[in-house]
Design a protein around this ligand. Structure first.
Ligand SMILES: [Ca+2]
Length: 300
């Protein structure tokens, strides 16, 4: 009888443990849901603000949301107002802005050391860069002038014109892709610089403006959204935002030159395709990061 009671007590204890485990599991699921929903609402709010529209609760985002894991941290010249960033054959190339401080640079990844620099004339404000078939192209902000350089000597090989402001620049396997600070991405012939098409970037049918530095990675266009910690991943076919990367907290506030919301914002995406490494930095940031994306779930 005593043994039976003991067994009953054990069974009850087991049941209690099971209930506790179930409660813990439920709590974990709940916390995960709250985090995901909060993130979605935050991103939602952000896009609602950007689009200048109110977003109803029925319009839930379907895009995936990514966080990040820092793989490596490297020094970055905090005088560099980063407007373009690419990685090719073991080195970084960086295009910097501001009048009188604009340049094209070759940078050693591990040390952040500037190995070579080509300063722009002070009337130009340098913007995005890309490397296409052994030529580097660089946009300027409001001058409507782009430059073509030899990637080793930085000798200027030519100029081209662009009719809008120049912000970010990248390329797919046949076209240059350019942003101008609006929601439009332009496709250009890389030999003639003729505009051959464009897409409107949208998220939940709302335009995503302020598209800045670009990088074409595995069939998607990654774009910094100016003055935010977000990178959007865009379909080159439709302009639809496929997913959002939230890089909040990447550079701790105390490392920033100016208070948040100033000019020293996240800008600069480069991809080492053979090594599958993703690099990001910001304007005047003292650090450059190699990051790995961590999928947080669908944004609703
Ligand atoms: Ca880039």
């Amino acid at each position: 009888m005593t043994n039976d009671k003991q067994q009953t007590t054990n069974d009850k204890q087991q049941t209690t443990n099971d209930k506790q485990q179930t409660t813990n599991n439920k709590r974990q699921i709940f916390i995960a849901l709250v985090v995901t929903i909060s993130l979605a609402i935050g991103i939602f709010w952000f896009y609602g603000q950007k689009a200048g529209t109110s977003v109803s609760s029925k319009q839930q985002p379907q895009a995936s949301v990514y966080g990040y894991r820092v793989v490596n941290t490297y020094p970055h010249d905090r005088e560099a107002f980063t407007q373009g960033l690419i990685y090719h054959d073991g080195v970084l190339y960086e295009g910097t802005g501001l009048r009188g401080r604009s340049s094209l640079r070759r940078v050693e990844l591990a040390t952040g050391k500037v190995l070579q620099i080509h300063p722009l004339d002070k009337r130009y404000f340098g913007e995005g860069i890309t490397l296409w078939q052994n030529r580097i192209m660089q946009l300027t902000w409001t001058s409507g002038t782009g430059f073509v350089y030899h990637p080793e000597t930085f000798e200027k090989l030519g100029e081209f014109t662009h009719r809008t402001q120049g912000w970010g620049l990248t390329h797919d396997n046949q076209r240059l892709i350019m942003s101008d600070g609006t929601d439009t991405l332009y496709f250009m012939n890389p030999d003639t610089f003729e505009e051959i098409g464009s897409i409107q970037v949208q998220y939940q049918d709302q335009p995503v403006t302020n598209l800045n530095e670009l990088e074409y990675i595995n069939g998607e266009i990654f774009a910094n959204v100016w003055q935010t910690d977000f990178i959007v991943r865009i379909s080159p076919q439709t302009g639809r935002v496929l997913s959002v990367i939230d890089l909040t907290g990447l550079l701790e506030t105390q490392s920033k030159t100016f208070p948040y919301g100033s000019e020293d914002v996240l800008n600069g995406i480069a991809y080492d395709e053979p090594g599958d490494r993703l690099f990001v930095t910001g304007k005047l940031w003292p650090k450059l990061f190699e990051i790995e994306l961590v999928e947080l779930g669908i944004g609703n």
